[in-house]
Write a protein that binds this ligand. Structure first.
Ligand code: NCD
Length: 309
């Protein structure tokens, strides 16, 4: 049985460096196989359940594509409204029910800690596809995979994480995951949306250099990779506060003249207005390649946690 067999994927800081390498290598192998037109049956006879109690396009569809590419089957709840959660069923009971149908469970939920709670309710592997403003570990793995593909390396890079660092779960997971590498960080956010202190402390404790600023221009000049994020409207209690911050950072094509020649621009998507569309045909604009990378990474994760890789 492999390293990650029967494991849950709840946080990006749960992985050893060896496990990260194994996931990346497995993803690379599957991506090459799919590109070569191979039809895979690694997950034949297995069923994935995707339970999405918050909106999603990429995460759910790429998990489902991953399972189908591996020859497995998928059952899905794409809306809390359409499940018994709307009738007041507890997460525990939903998960106990789904464990009777599926071999592996992917959960997105508005509450921090929901994936952990789900994992405690079942012996099936649970993969956290976003728990509120908490973590999004599978996204951070595809982000890392993207950086490797775009830049050819991770060590030595200066990486700017920009936008809603307080509420953005993708940047929480990515900062912690990249702390396994020899990178330096620039955290770019307005004061009200700064990276949570416990993540800054954890990153520093791992020996990674962190600078914080509210100046996007500095980030464009200094960074190798600029990771933009959406201001997370749904996490604001006060809409006036959201309105005050929603245009905090907008990346425009003209701003890129100061960037390094092999600059990489990433975004987990969806974007609202934080990257203007005239940036899209810049050679470093990697965000749609990034979303496609979700498929091989999620193929690797599904196969590894079910012991089929
Ligand atoms: C992100 C998410 O859901 O956290 N989207 C994604 O999974 N690709 C980012 C966001 O919603 O802003």
């Amino acid at each position: 049985m492999g390293k990650l067999s029967s494991k849950d994927v709840l946080r990006s800081d749960q992985f050893s460096k060896d496990e990260i390498t194994l996931i990346l290598e497995t993803a690379r192998r599957y991506e090459a196989a799919v590109d070569a037109g191979e039809v895979l049956d690694v997950m034949k006879g297995k069923v994935l359940s995707t339970l999405f109690f918050e909106p999603s396009t990429r995460t759910r569809l790429s998990f489902e594509t991953a399972m189908l590419r591996l020859g497995g089957g998928v059952i899905t709840v794409a809306e809390a409204r359409s499940s018994s959660a709307a009738k007041g069923e507890s997460l525990h009971d939903t998960i106990k029910t789904v464990e009777g149908y599926a071999d592996v469970i992917v959960l997105r939920h508005p509450q921090i800690g929901a994936a952990k709670e789900a994992a405690e309710a079942t012996h099936r592997p649970v993969l956290n596809a976003g728990d509120g403003a908490g973590q999004h570990p599978t996204q951070s793995l595809l982000d890392l995979y993207t950086i490797l593909k775009e830049q050819g390396k991770v060590d030595g890079l200066r990486i700017a994480l920009t936008g809603d660092l307080k509420n953005g779960r993708t940047v929480h997971s990515l900062a912690l995951l990249l702390s396994n590498y020899d990178v330096s960080f620039l955290f770019v956010a307005p004061d009200a949306l700064k990276m949570p202190r416990e993540i800054v402390e954890q990153v520093k404790a791992a020996g990674v250099d962190v600078a914080e600023t509210d100046d996007l221009a500095t980030a464009i000049r200094e960074a190798d990779v600029l990771y933009m994020t959406r201001i997370q409207k749904e996490r604001f209690e006060d809409t006036a506060e959201y309105d005050r911050l929603k245009d905090a950072f907008i990346l425009r094509r003209a701003m890129l003249s100061e960037a390094k020649s092999n600059f990489t621009i990433m975004h987990p998507l969806p974007r609202v207005n934080e990257i203007e569309t005239d940036v899209d045909d810049h050679s470093g604009a990697a965000y749609f390649r990034q979303s496609a990378n979700g498929v091989p990474i999620r193929m690797a994760l599904l196969a590894l946690v079910t012991g089929r890789a």
